[in-house]
Design a protein around this ligand. Structure first.
Ligand code: 2PG
Ligand code: MG
Length: 427
């Protein structure tokens, strides 16, 4: 048992060169731990508030000096002397201090930085890996890496509407082999693009970002890459999308492939796509406010694929509860900074799992070298993690941490594989 002796916060840079918050906590037994906060680009309107300096000239108002000051001036005096293992009480203390429904006073970036650093300090003090500290003896399932190898939408400067084209190596026996398969497809995709004279420039999450005639063309290119890597599409590797449709929802219609389309036309489009390609999961097929559309989409495709709410749910138990009641989806994207504290993230996963919803632990498009989400994916048994391409050190840091976790678990490790997608039936 050790108590919090000191907390230091600072502004650091994320993978897009934007400022973000880093927190270091020291305990009275000499333990020091550090956590950094990620940041999104295609953010949902209902996310907890990320405090930015706005009125300052530094970093064009994107600085986080206010969030840093809130930690040092307002949070630190309240938390000194707390047992580091009192995670729930510490998070609650910060929520009470903030007092708003969306963390707009202290900033979700301030609260989350402290919350994650507390957990890491408590784990280190107990001489446990973070995944064991948070997950206990049942934490043993390594997630399927949902690798975003072709970027579009708000994460790229290309003409591709869909934000993320992911490969899921479900056929591998271990996480290590899954990662290798994914990396081989990534390299093969580069060769395929080069051969066709397409750009091999990268998007925000490390995937390639070529201009393409249609969105489906991306799936064909990935299919070619899978084959070129000597793997089987549909058994070794399956496909997943994050459409991030809120980004192109304008005046009640989806401006997709050059023209505005109503919800039912989008649903028909997806149904055809699912018939033509081995797609296991579609995230944000519709906009964050199109609740009726989501229910219709889930009624149409929910028994065939995983339907993931990201902007729709924003890791928020209230919105997830509505989604459960209205059968809006069958899975939740889990982002620690959308809700803004560790215990609320754990609550969101718990609520989802109890309702039979799957969860996918997720990074943000703006990331750091912090690897907390890798541990959380194993701790909470989500069976899936999305953390970008198997290239770029901010993304690879998470995959590499999962390699270490698999090694630590040794014979007890189990790779989620195809079981992560119970609704996907090989035809
Ligand atoms: O939409 C998403 O799922 C994320 C992460 O891939 O993007 P952002 O962090 O920009 O919201
Ligand atoms: Mg998303």
């Amino acid at each position: 048992m050790a108590t919090i002796e000191g907390i230091v916060a600072r502004e650091i840079l994320d993978s897009r060169g934007n400022p973000t918050v880093e927190v270091e906590i020291g305990l009275d037994d000499g333990t020091i731990a550090r956590a950094a906060v990620p940041s999104g680009a295609s953010t949902g309107a209902f996310e907890a508030v990320e405090l930015r300096d706005g009125d300052s000239d530094r970093y064009k108002g994107k600085g986080v000096e206010k969030a840093v000051a809130n930690i040092e001036d307002r949070i630190v005096p309240e938390l000194i002397g707390y047992e580091a293992s009192e995670q729930r009480a510490i998070d609650q203390k910060m929520l009470d201090l903030d007092g708003t429904p969306n963390k707009s006073d202290l900033g979700a970036n301030a609260i989350l930085g402290v919350s994650l650093a507390v957990a890491k300090a408590a784990a280190a003090s107990a001489e446990l890996s973070l995944f064991r500290y948070v997950g206990g003896p049942n934490a043993h399932v390594l997630p399927v890496p949902m690798m975003n190898i072709l970027n579009g939408g708000a994460h790229a400067d290309s003409n591709v509407d869909v934000q993320e084209f992911m490969i899921a190596p479900i056929g591998a026996p271990t996480f290590r082999e899954a990662l290798r398969a994914g990396a081989e497809v990534y390299h093969a995709l580069k060769s395929v693009l080069k051969k066709k004279g397409l750009s091999t420039g990268l998007g925000d999450e490390g995937g390639f970002a070529p201009d393409l005639p249609t969105n489906a063309a991306a799936l064909d290119l990935i299919g070619e890459a899978v084959q070129a890597a000597g793997l089987r599409l549909g058994t070794d590797i399956v496909l997943a999308l994050d459409v991030a449709a809120t980004e192109f929802y304008k005046d009640g219609a989806y401006v997709f492939e050059g023209s505005p389309k109503p919800t039912d036309e989008m649903i028909n489009y997806y149904a055809k796509l699912v018939d033509s390609y081995p797609i296991v999961s579609i995230e944000d097929p519709l906009a964050e406010d199109d609740w009726a559309g989501w229910s219709a989409f889930t009624a149409a495709l929910g028994d065939k694929i995983q339907i993931v709410g990201d902007d729709l749910f924003v890791t928020n138990p209230e919105r997830i509860s509505r989604g459960i009641a209205e059968k809006s989806a069958n899975a939740v994207l889990v982002k620690v900074n959308q809700i803004g504290s560790l215990t609320e993230t754990l609550d969101a996963v718990d609520l989802s799992h109890r309702a039979g919803f799957k969860c996918m632990m997720s990074h943000r498009s703006g990331e750091t070298e912090d690897t907390t989400i890798a541990d959380l994916a194993v701790a909470t048994g989500t069976g899936q993690i999305k953390t970008g391409a198997p290239a770029r050190s901010d993304r690879v840091a998470k995959y590499n941490q999962l390699l270490r976790i698999e090694e630590e678990l040794d014979d007890a490790a189990r790779y989620a594989g195809a079981a992560a997608f119970p609704r996907y039936h090989l035809s």
